[in-house]
Design a protein around this ligand. Structure first.
Ligand code: AHR
Length: 503
């Protein structure tokens, strides 16, 4: 069996892996909100204020740090005042981006805040720049976060909420180069400055303003935003206007028109997916390097607030609803993204998978009869949650197995590690579709530990969970054997594993 050696320096803690790298995204899209998170108070499905309790319970096990809402593209046509007050009085709208369906606004600001409270997640509200106004977004901040007395505070109180909420994260529009208004970079950069100026800190609620960033490796977009708040070598403090710049990157293994099936794919498709997923490292590195030039002290954060796999919708479902299955292959896309995130934790401060329930690379798939399935991706988030707010450790892979995909050489072992409170967590992904891999963990800097392991794999990379087989892909214990300088584990093909160490 092939063998690789993974050297980990347990006594060299690096940058903190922000828990916000494990963030989520919930858009008014398909069955993410309606039928996913929210079924309404009158539903037969157990709920609190209309929010599905089985969904909340499943997600609480992931320690979700923040939840981005209401979009996505939807954010730039959403008018928040339509989503407050008695539900019967809330006006409807057409969700033009996602299926042209009618949106009744029954899930609005108060419902979102109740959801965040149930999940224990910090709210990340994405405002409307594309079709909204500065005043509208500024009043939303006031409505949510101001204490005392003011027009928006009185409106909030009239709607049943006396105390302000803490809402730290604010997005200044979404994909402004596309569905957010087809804007030019320089024009949007000026708008972002203007909006940011009127998004105020009220009381002790300190805003973290996130400018809508680039798609993939569009460095010109990022540079325009950097130039709007800084200049090369001028010493101007860049973080006074907006505090972060976002970027979006989806793993699309096929073409935009023909993305491929989530569950019916061949081995070439599998490896092409791994190559596309690994490209996230080049993209984060490129944006980070540019940001280092304008902002060497790393005051501005990079936020990957949309990432994940994007396949053709499941046959027979609404093409505008982006409902897709989720296989063992998706789990590996997630696990290798996290390894990249951990390596870039100094600049990358937040990431949000798209999306949490029933849309794209979801954690949970629900059905109208009350069914709920945890996807393979869910298990990666759960197995990896010990990395949240831990210190990244240096990891070096020796004898890296690799293969070539088209003209690109890709690594077949992905790894990262962290330490927190006397416990280390090691994540390992064997990306080889067909061959098992022995991994020796060469542990340096400590001489004793207690170890345990968990393994996520399946009979084939196409395996997925469904109502009929909800645990076809679920974690099981992994045997961890001692080695003279560390530990040895055997990773089956297409598998993800974690090894926990009590130091
Ligand atoms: O996540 C689905 C969509 O993908 C989002 O609405 C948009 O921001 C992106 O293009």
């Amino acid at each position: 069996m092939p063998e690789a050696r993974v050297v980990i320096d347990l006594d060299v803690p690096g940058p903190t892996i922000s828990r916000h790298l494990y963030g989520h995204f919930a858009e008014h899209l398909g069955r993410c909100i309606y039928g996913g998170f929210y079924v309404g108070e009158d539903s037969g499905i157990p709920n609190e204020r209309g929010i599905r309790l089985d969904v909340v319970e499943a997600l609480r096990a992931l320690n979700i740090p923040n939840l981005r809402w209401p979009g996505g593209c939807f954010a730039d046509e959403y008018h928040w005042k339509d989503g407050i007050g008695p539900k019967a009085d809330r006006p409807s709208m057409v969700n033009t981006h996602w299926g042209n369906v009618e949106e009744n606004n029954h899930f609005g600001t108060h419902e979102f805040m109740a959801l965040c409270e149930l999940l224990g997640a910090a709210p990340y509200v994405n405002g409307n720049v594309g079709s909204g106004t500065v005043r509208e977004m500024s009043e939303w901040v006031e409505y949510l976060t101001r204490d005392g007395d003011s027009p928006m505070v009185r409106l909030r109180k009239a709607n049943g909420r006396d105390e302000p909420w803490q809402v730290p994260f604010w997005g200044i529009g979404n994909e402004a180069w596309g569905c957010g208004g087809n804007q030019r970079a320089e024009a949007y950069a000026d708008l972002a400055r203007q909006y940011a100026t009127f998004l105020k800190d009220h009381g002790d609620n300190k805003l973290y303003r996130i400018a809508a960033g680039a798609s993939n490796d569009d460095l010109a977009w990022t540079e325009a935003l950097l130039k709007a708040v800084s200049c090369l070598g001028c010493g101007r403090d860049p973080k006074n206007i907006f505090q972060a710049i976002s970027v979006h990157y989806y793993t699309i293994a096929g073409t935009w028109e023909n993305k491929g099936s989530a569950t019916e794919f061949g081995i070439d498709d599998y490896y092409r997916t791994m190559a596309k997923a690994q490209d996230i490292e080049r993209i984060i590195r490129a944006h980070s390097a540019l940001m280092d030039a304008y902002d060497p002290e790393r005051k501005i954060g990079l936020v990957l607030d949309e990432w994940g796999t994007w396949w053709d919708v499941e046959p027979g479902t609404n093409p505008g609803f982006l409902y897709q299955q989720n296989a063992m292959r998706d789990a590996l896309v997630a696990s290798l993204h996290f390894d990249v995130f951990h390596r870039h934790a100094e600049r990358l401060v937040m990431a949000n998978i798209a999306q949490t329930v029933n849309v794209l690379q979801a954690m949970l798939l629900t059905s109208e009869d009350g069914g709920l399935v945890r996807t393979p991706t869910y298990h990666v988030f759960e197995m990896n949650k010990g990395h949240q707010d831990a210190a990244a450790l240096p990891v070096h892979v020796l004898d890296m197995p690799s293969c070539s995909v088209d003209d690109t050489e890709i690594s077949l072992l992905s790894a990262s590690a962290s330490v927190k409170d006397g416990r280390a967590l090691v994540s390992l992904s064997n990306l080889d579709a067909e061959t098992a891999l022995d991994v020796v963990l060469d542990l340096r800097g400590e001489s004793s530990w207690e170890s345990s392991g968990r393994l996520l794999t399946a009979s084939k990379p196409q395996a997925y969970n469904s109502a009929a087989a909800p645990d076809a892909v679920a974690p099981v214990p992994l045997t961890v054997e001692p080695e003279p300088r560390g530990l040895r584990v055997s990773l089956p093909p297409h598998s993800f594993a974690t090894v926990s160490l009590v130091l």
